[in-house]
Design a protein around this ligand. Sequence first.
Ligand SMILES: [Zn+2]
Length: 338
Amino acid sequence: MRGAVIHAPGDIRFETLDAPELLHPTDAIIRTAVTCVCGSDLWPYRGAEPIGDPHPMGHEYVGFVEEVGSEVTSVRPGQFVVGSFATSDNTCPNCRNGFQSNCLNREFMSTCQAEYVRIPNAQGTLVATDGVPGEESWPGLLAVSDVMGTGWWAADAAEVKPGSTAVVVGDGAVGLCAVIAAKEMGAERIIAMSRHEPRQKLAVEFGATDIVTTRGEEGVAQIKELTGGIGADSVLECVGTPEAMRQALHSARPGGTIGFVGVPHEVAIDGQELFFSHVGLRGGPAPVRRYLPDLINRVLTGAINPGKVFDLTLPLEQVAEGYQAMDERRAIKTLLKP
Ligand SMILES: [Zn+2]
């Protein structure tokens, strides 16, 4: 089979690889229906994360079950399944508390930009749909496996409530999905921070009521102006840079909450500043598994359409171009079809 391998910053190759096999009785093998490139894949691609030896890439997937290990009874060959970038047994104490992305048996997915994928912890990780959904819903279900699940977690962690005001920092796929989540959770005012017109349009389509195009202290001043001078109830930080975190901290009102879901890179928070701000912080890798049944249902009933974040579709063999287009911001998110 074939899949994407990163060799060095900017060097993604589509190569012949060994087909995955069941390694544990808790594994499943799926045939990829669609996969994609994540904003977080750009960290190593841009040289911001060490790469080491060449290795496969990708952690987002929906597909058809090919084979299951002897301990997997919840899904069977032929079924269409949605999973998460973090696998989980869904039975350990952390899973039972709803933090499946911190499962005691967690394994992160990292080989999904390929024709076939081994899924560890398949019993707890995979959710089968009722029959095979129409191909038009595959992008939305794929989004659920990572960016939509993460956007949902951002809104959940930031405690978005009906009638509240939410600020979304970041206009990548996760930020745009965070707008969807804030809207679904009933935020009355959703302020999206974006400087890119196509992304602003999508944010508005997803439910943003205001767009702030400035950043830094100017951006903060604009947020304050829109929120009665005090800042927002909830801030959804979907980037992971020091600038974005500063933006988030200064955009939340005293007593407000930040959900931070951008993987932090060199982010440091001043303890005294946090103390005196009265702002609550919660973040981390999204417990996507907790949200899967609900989000799958919202996609299949048409309540949400997060598949719209994919504005470039390529055959899987052109995965390198998919990375380049996102790196150069020509695409928000690349869908890859085997
Ligand atoms: Zn667990």
